[in-house]
Design a protein around this ligand. Sequence first.
Ligand code: DGJ
Length: 804
Amino acid sequence: MIREDNGLFILEGKATSYLFAVIPTGQLEHLYYGRKISVCGAALTALRHKCVNLSGCSIAYQKETPDVGMEEICLEISGSGKGDFRQPFVELVMADGSTTTDFVYESHTLQEGKPGLATLPAAYDDTGSASTLILNLRDRTQALILELRYSIFPECDCITRSAVLKNESGQTVRIKRLMSLQLDLAGSGYCFTRFGGEWTREMNRFDSCVDQGRMVNSANTGTSSNRANPFVMLSHMDTTEDCGMCYAVNLVYSGNHYEAVEVNGHAKTRLLAGINPEAFEWQLAPGTSFETPEAVISCSDAGFAGMSRQMHVFVREHIVRGEWKWKERPVLLNSWEAAYFDFNESKLLKLAKAGRDVGIELFVMDDGWFGQRDNDTSSLGDWQVYEKKLPGGIAGLAEKVKNLGMQFGIWVEPEMVNVDSELYRQHPDWAVQVPGRDHAEGRNQMILDFTREEVRENIISQMRQVFSAGDISYVKWDMNRNFSDVFSAALPPEQQGEFSHRYILGLYQVMQTLMAEFPHILFEGCASGGNRFDLGILSYMPQIWASDNTDAISRTVIQNGYSYGYPQSVIGAHVSGCPNHQTLRTTPLETRFNVASFGVLGYECNLCEISKEEKQEISEQIKIYKKWRYILQFGTWQRLAGSRLTGSWNYGSAGTFSSMTSVDESLQLVKWLAVDGEQKQAVGIMVQEHVMPNASYAQFQTRGLADDKQYRFTNRSLKHSIHRFGDLINTVSPVHIKKDSLLHNTAAHFIKMDGEDEDVTVSGSLLNYAGIKLSQGFAGVGYEPGTRLYQDYDSRMYFMTEIE
Ligand code: DGJ
C-alpha cells in the first residue's frame, strides 16, 4: 500500500518500506529502502539529511537556503547544473542551448491498481493488491512537467517506476537522457552484480565492489543483449544466498539499456537504470511527451534467494500474461540441431514420428522452410513456403503432425531480410542502412526498419498468413543479429538519434498486434539464444530460448545466472545430441535431461539416429518430466547451499572454476530445488563438473520445505552400463574381457550395474537444516550395489513427497 503522511511518502510491501519526502526547496529526498519499518510523518526529522554548513567545495542550491546542497542528499531524481555532480536522471538541452534543469514537487495523486503505459509494455496487476502514486514535478523556469510513477506490488515486495516528460513550452527540447529509475543509497562499497558474456556464453555472474567512481552495465547492440542483461543487483559485501541485503533492478525493455552505479565523495551510492543515453536523443516537440520504460526494483534482507523469490513471483504474476501464464508448457522437439537446413517433409515427419514414440507433445519446424532457404544467405523477408521442401505447404505438414497426435510449431524471424530476397529487391530502403555507405551484415542479414509503419504492416500481414496457414500451436520468434548502420530513411536528420528506441516501439506494436490476433499460440522469443532475454519480450511471449548453447555443463552456469531474476517457466532448455554441437563436450543423457528439466523442457536432436536404449531412456525422462512438470515449471526455484555457483564472490571472472584441490571444497556445480506452493512436493538436482579422487561423501540439503511435515526422499534410480568401468570389469569377471571387444559389448548389452537407491522418510526440518547424507560415491576401492557412481558431468535427480 502507499500513503502520504505530512509530506512523507510511504510505499509498503509485505516485508519492505520505501520512503521519500518533499524537502522545503521542493526536491524529493530519498530516505530509506529496506526491511519494513514502522513509520509515520513525525519520523521525518529522524530520517532527513542534516546539514547546517555545506562542505568546502559544495554548491549552495540557492541564496535563501545556503545549507542546502544537492551533492550530499539522496534524491529520487536529479537533474544537471544545480550542484549535484553525480550522473543525472534527466539531461535536457533547451532551445537556448542551456542544460540546467530543476524539477520540484507540484502535486501528487494516489490510486488503486496498476495502470499501463501509453507506448510501452508494463507490469499489470489482476490480484487487486497493487497501488500507484503519481507525482508531478515542474521545472522552476521552463514549462516542462516530469511525471514520476510508482506502483507497489506488496505480495512480492516489488516496485515499478517510470517517468513521463511533457513539454508545455512553445519550443522543442532535446532529451539527452531520461532514466526510468534512480535509487540513491547512503553508504558505499556495495557489490554490483551484472550478468553477461557473449553468444553461447550468456548470464555469467560478475561481482564488483563499487567505491568512489562509476561502473556501468549497458547494451548498445539494439537488443537487451547477451553481453549485459538488464537485470542487475546491489548487495552488501557480506550478503550471502540466505542472509543480508540484496537490491535488484530490471527493465521492462528490449533495446539499448543502461544501469550505472556511482559512488561520490560523500559515500552516497547512486543506481540509475533506463534507456542507454549513448547514441540516444529525442526531439520533444511542443505539446508532446516522452515516456520511459518501466523499471522494476525489489529488495530483500534474506539474501540473493529472498530477492530471487520475489522477482520470480513478480515475473510470473505481473509480467507474463495471456493464456499461457499458468499453463504447463508442452514437451517439444525442435528440428534445428537434428537437421539444420537439410530437410524435406518426409524427413521432418520421420523425426516427428520418432518424437511421438518417446512422448513428445509438440513438433517444431525450425529455420529453412520458406523462400529458397537452404542456408543462411537468402530468403529472410519472403515468408512463403519453400515448395521443393514442403509440397503440401504448412497446412499439409501441420495436419500430418497433428495426425501423429502432436501439436505443430514453426520458426520465423520477422525483423530480418536477406539481400538475396524478393522483399529486399522490391524495397531496399526498408532495410536499415545509411544511404551512400556500404552496409555491414550479421549472419548475412539486415534488419528491417520497424520504425516505419509500411514495413511493420507488411510484416504483420505476412506473419498473419503464416500463423493461419495451418493448425499452428507454437511460434519461435527469432532475431539473429545486432544493429549496425543505424539510420532510418523515414526520419529527418535531427531525429536519427531516436531510431533505436523507435525500433523497439515498432517491434512492440507488431508483437502486440499478432499476439492479440493469435492468443492460443504459445510464442517463444529467441535472439541467437539469449541476446534479447528481458521483461519487455516476456510481456508478449511467455518464454524465451535462453541460449544457443545446449551443453548441459555450460547450461548450469547460464540457467543459474538467469535464476537470479527469472523463473524456470520462462527459460527454454533443450536436451541435445553428443558431442554437443557448441562445445563438442560429451555429457551423460541423464545430466542433459536433469539440467534442461529446470526450464521449459524440449529435445533438439536427431531421434531417428539414436540407439534403442537412448530412446527408452528419453521416453522415461519425458514420463518423469510430465509427472513433475508443474513443480519444475512453476515451483519455487531454490539455489541450494553446497554448490559452487551459489553465494557471493565465488565466480571466476568467466564464471568457471579451477579444479578443486581439497575435499572441503568438494562442492557440486549446481544444486537446484523446485518446491510446490503448498510444500507438499519438491524435486531437486545436483550436477558435478569434475570428479575429485577419494571424495565419496555428499549430502543434499534443501531449503523451503515445511519444517513440520514428513517427506519421503528418493532418487531417480539408475542402471549403469558396464562400459563405464572400462577394463575394471575383469576384477569381477570369471573370464578375461578385452575392453571394447565383442564380448565386452555383448556383456554390456545384457548386464547393467544397479545404481544406488536413496529412500528415507524424514522431517522437512531435517532436510532443510541437517540434509541427507547420500550413499557413498565411487572412490576407486570397489563398487558394491548401492555405490553412487558419480563421475565427471554426472548428476542426480531427487524427489521429495509429503507423507500424510
Ligand atoms: C538461432 C536460434 O537461436 C537457433 O535455435 C535456431 O533457431 C537458428 N537461429 C535458426 O537459424
